[in-house]
Design a binder for this molecule. Structure first.
Ligand code: NCD
Length: 330
């Protein structure tokens, strides 16, 4: 009599890494253009699970044995800390070259390409922030491990846009139908660039509030117009505050100005105060990628509509979800 043994594993039924990460496994994350509705839903669903995980047990070993290099050529608090926290809560580890680029070989004149080709020898993923537009793409061209763009100059900041969108959905329960006003440095603010591009996938009204010299770049404005969205520009917060569902406030990006006198002229253009907040809807939310340098008055923090620190926390869940997807673990 022959006994047919049940196989211990049915390898045919194991999900492939592609299915685990819904197309993100092994991929670079350079721009929000990579995210269609299906991928957004996937990342948001995973981020929800990450929240549950953190709230219930704090950590797990999903990324045990995985190493991320965090290479930051520009200052960062939230983005670098949240990537590190995300990696550690998932049981992975980090090579942090964040606050100390000046102590690394970069200060000896090493090129980005060589630094990337070195870090890829040690790590499974590289998180990069760099002052030049397109630098994340350059790094990805040299790297055999996935590169995650944590801000390339005034270009993009895709992981911030994902956490921003996630925050809007968490706070207001939907994206479609909302009136979203972006305030401040729309010219150099990469978070605005990425979030705006992402929002063209939804049925939203966009209001852009900035001084003349800090208007949204034309390429992005054309993108919004091509998508057929209801869009208006103004210099005045008073024009948008009554109807806005989301007030997305940004810092004037001093480091991008070549003429500091020009920066001085516009730096204090907008300050959100409790008085301004009295004109806003009861369910409106105020967001900010942070750091703030005066554009939201500290007394606004007590207003339940101030969502910026909840937004910070969502950043960790989104980055946990992205790292797990990119590294093919779910
Ligand atoms: C933003 C950035 O670096 O682009 N910060 C962040 O990542 N949370 C916004 C800013 O620096 O003003």
């Amino acid at each position: 009599m022959t006994v047919k043994l049940k196989p211990l594993f049915n390898f045919d039924n194991l999900p492939t890494p592609e299915l685990i990460g819904n197309g993100l496994t092994g991929k670079d994350i350079l721009s929000v253009e990579q995210f269609d509705q299906d991928k957004l839903k996937y990342v948001f669903a995973r981020a929800h699970e990450m929240r549950e995980l953190v709230e219930r047990v704090g950590h797990c070993d999903l990324l045990a044995g995985k190493v991320a290099s965090c290479l930051f050529y520009e200052p960062s608090t939230r983005t670098s800390a949240s990537f590190i926290a995300a990696m550690e809560r998932l049981g992975g580890s980090v090579i942090p070259i964040t606050q100390g680029v000046q102590f690394s070989s970069v200060s000896k004149g090493e090129t980005l390409a060589d630094t990337i080709r070195t870090l890829e020898q040690y790590s499974d993923v590289i998180v990069l922030r760099h002052p030049e537009i397109g630098s994340a793409q350059v790094a990805a061209d040299y790297s055999r491990v996935p590169v995650i763009n944590a801000g390339d100059g005034a270009g993009e900041h895709p992981t911030q846009a994902l956490l921003d969108l996630f925050t809007i959905r968490e706070e207001l329960g939907r994206i479609d139908g909302l009136k979203i006003a972006m305030v401040g440095d729309l010219r150099y603010g990469r978070t605005v660039h990425s979030l705006t591009r992402l929002l063209t996938q939804y049925d939203v009204s966009l209001r852009f509030v900035s001084p003349e010299i800090l208007r949204l770049p034309l390429t992005i404005m054309n993108h919004v117009i091509d998508a057929g969205l209801d869009v208006r520009e103004t210099h005045d917060v008073a024009d948008v505050i009554k109807n806005a569902d989301v007030l997305y406030v940004t810092r004037v990006q001093k480091e991008r100005f070549t003429d500091l006198a020009q920066y001085e002229e516009v730096k204090d253009h907008y300050v959100i105060t409790p008085e301004i907040m009295t004109q806003a809807k009861e369910k409106m939310i105020v967001m900010h990628p942070l750091p703030r340098v005066g554009e939201i008055h500290y007394t606004v923090d007590h207003d339940p509509r101030a969502a910026y620190f909840r937004q910070v926390k969502n950043g960790m869940y989104i980055r946990m979800a992205l790292l797990a997807a990119v590294l093919g673990r779910a």
